[in-house]
Design a protein around this ligand. Structure first.
Ligand code: MG
Length: 378
């Protein structure tokens, strides 16, 4: 299965009030469109990137074809433009397609990975932010409060199975966004946490605001480290980074004793100063007995995301004499990438022995350490 990115760069800037279409305005040394193009075309899970441009404007975009990016002219409406992109994408029904608005340059690789992962559970997915401001509805005679419970502001990219979105847009109608088309045919939709930096450029002042949000000097970073040990006990396998490895012993512990993911979970929580794994998932609580450590890891990612952070990369070291880690290393990286929403090239798993010294050297258990970098999201 593959994933295709479609970037809709349809506007001519008439509403924005500049002669240059807003996707060509400069933002921190690159055009607004280039921000999205670079993130999509460098993402390891995106196999092709297609740009939909305004009808009749092929000349202005011709240079992009030399960058190995496909360019297609759009239609009169946004729906028709997306359909033009889908037509040349020409995927299998089960392939994934991410439809993105070029006026949202603040797209980060982790959002793309999280959307691709969400499509394993849903027909469509999109980043969304809870509404922070109070909402009012004004009528001729009054202003009335509107509850903001369960209300979200939806961003792009919006991710779909190719078959579902093609069918949804084939049905008559023009839609406020692509998710609305999927809603109309009863598709299952998952919302993932959005980020402020994914804001849409609508007014001239928005460019200045985005410059502040995306400027490297104001992008704060945090480092975190984690360490964990589990002793060998009875059993016929150990679980490391979610991968079951056949072995003549198991690891003792309350959960599945995945020592590598416990170290990683602690590193993620630690980087955001959100305590440790024992605070959030105490071994005294029976609900965590025998649970998969993926629950701890994915909840740690959710906690730091809610706090405005995203994981940039992680590096784990597993310390033991046996079992041998190397044959399982790639599977462990893939499972960790799936569980955290990170691209594969941002996940490292290494292994070492302690030259038969100490408790790991005597084969009494496995130790693991992890480091992560978190990046502030907008
Ligand atoms: Mg542990």
């Amino acid at each position: 299965m593959k994933t295709v990115g479609i970037i809709v760069a349809g506007g001519r800037g008439a509403r924005f009030g500049t002669k240059t279409p807003k996707q060509f305005l400069m933002l921190l040394g690159r055009s607004v469109l280039d921000w999205s193009l670079e993130t999509f075309s460098n993402h390891p899970e995106i196999s092709r990137t297609i740009i939909v441009i305004p009808k009749g404007d092929l000349g202005a975009y011709r240079h992009l074809r030399t960058m190995n990016i496909e360019v297609v002219e759009g239609g009169d409406s946004r729906t028709q433009s997306v359909q033009a992109g889908l037509k040349i994408a020409n995927c299998d029904a089960n392939d994934s397609v991410l439809i993105h608005d070029a006026a949202r340059p603040g797209i980060r690789p982790a959002i793309i990975s999280q959307l691709v992962s969400a499509l394993q559970r849903a027909d469509g997915a999109a980043p969304a932010l809870p509404i922070a401001d109070a909402l009012k509805r004004r009528t001729d005679s009054a202003v009335a409060d509107v509850s903001r419970d369960n209300l979200f502001a939806v961003q792009t990219p919006q991710a779909f199975k190719f078959g579902s979105i093609s069918k949804a847009l084939d049905d008559a109608g023009s839609f406020v966004d692509d998710l609305a088309a999927l809603e109309a045919i009863g598709g299952r939709i998952e919302l993932i946490p959005g980020v402020a930096a994914l804001m849409k450029i609508t007014h001239p002042g928005d460019l200045e605001h985005l410059e502040r949000l995306l400027s490297p000097s104001t992008t704060s970073q945090r480092i975190g480290s984690g360490f964990d040990v589990h002793a060998f006990g009875d059993g016929d396998h150990v679980t490391l980074c979610g991968v079951e490895i056949a072995f003549d012993r198991g690891l003792a512990g309350h959960s599945d004793a995945d020592v590598a993911w416990h170290a990683l979970t602690d590193a993620i929580l630690g980087a955001a100063a959100l305590g440790d794994i024992g605070d959030h998932f105490p071994p005294s609580d029976p609900q965590w007995k025998d649970v998969s450590s993926e629950v701890f890891l994915s909840q740690a990612v959710e906690l730091i995301t809610a706090d405005g952070w995203c994981v940039s990369n992680c590096d784990m070291t597993i310390i033991c004499e046996s079992p041998k880690i190397k044959p399982h290393r790639d599977a462990m990286r893939r499972r960790t990438a799936d569980a955290t929403g990170l691209p594969l090239d941002a996940v490292s798993v290494k292994a070492t022995t302690t030259e038969q010294l100490g408790f790991t050297g005597r084969g009494e258990g496995i130790a693991a350490q992890a480091s992560v970098i978190l990046i502030k999201q907008g």
